[in-house]
Write a protein that binds this ligand. Sequence first.
Ligand code: HEM
Length: 263
Amino acid sequence: MSENASGTVDLLDKLCVPVPALVIGELLGVPADQHGELRDAATAMVTFDASSQESAIRLVQAVEWLAGTFTNLVRAKRNEPGDDLISGWVRAGDDADILSEDELVSLAFLMMLAGLENAVHLCGNIFAALLASDDPLATIEDWSARRGTVMEKANPLPFAIRRFAIEDMTIGEHPIPRGDTVLLSLFGADSDPARDGRPSLMFGRGPHYCLGAPVADLIVDAVVPGLFVRYPHARLSIPESELEFRPSWRAHGLVTLPVTLAG
Ligand code: HEM
């Protein structure tokens, strides 16, 4: 991770995108010689800007690359299974005859979509909070005790996946007619004064609890202390108030994270 001429790096681009992309890629069984393209596809997905045609073209190319790569992988893993998720799904599908090739490819896509953006923005938000604090190293020394609070504050996901009302209902004073789309605010629930010590909903709750929560933990625990061990003098290159968040209601994450590593 080398600094550019002005002595800064975009930590989002250099660390927060590539690590989750590679972790999820390895989990799925993407071969090492395709990791560069995987990283580029991940960048196109995470930086997608609906107002830019160039960005839309990059996104379409990324999606096409991922679809082709996952389709080839599903076929390759059938002949030569490995110790990875796609091989496991192929075996499970073949044994019980329940997962078609399309479903296997969609499942691989879901893992990439569900995991990548959240993990990228979670890492970025944690770094932004720590680097803006007076003494990031004190937090790192005490990381295992403080990570829960730091992570919750850095939650990148304002809303759960949408739900649909299957019958008329009323929640509080709000009538919800059958068939309506319902968005559950995870930020709202976590900051509710009536929460009364209940656990964070950051990773959801119940049968749809985040499948990747242990992976998110692994990524954060590797990447966050790792940066401060390697670069104990890292600091934000711009005032915290100038950090720009993506104009999205779906994801709470930064556009860039300019950091000075040394000095
Ligand atoms: C890093 C931060 C992450 C956050 C904050 C997060 C948050 C969530 C939440 C709140 C849900 C439940 C949504 C709902 O009930 O509507 C969920 C589901 C899910 N997450 Fe994550 N996630 C993260 C990372 C990951 C990763 C790294 C993966 C995969 C490697 C992943 C895969 C999934 C999948 C597949 C589901 C759907 C589970 C189901 O519907 O049964 N997530 N996530």
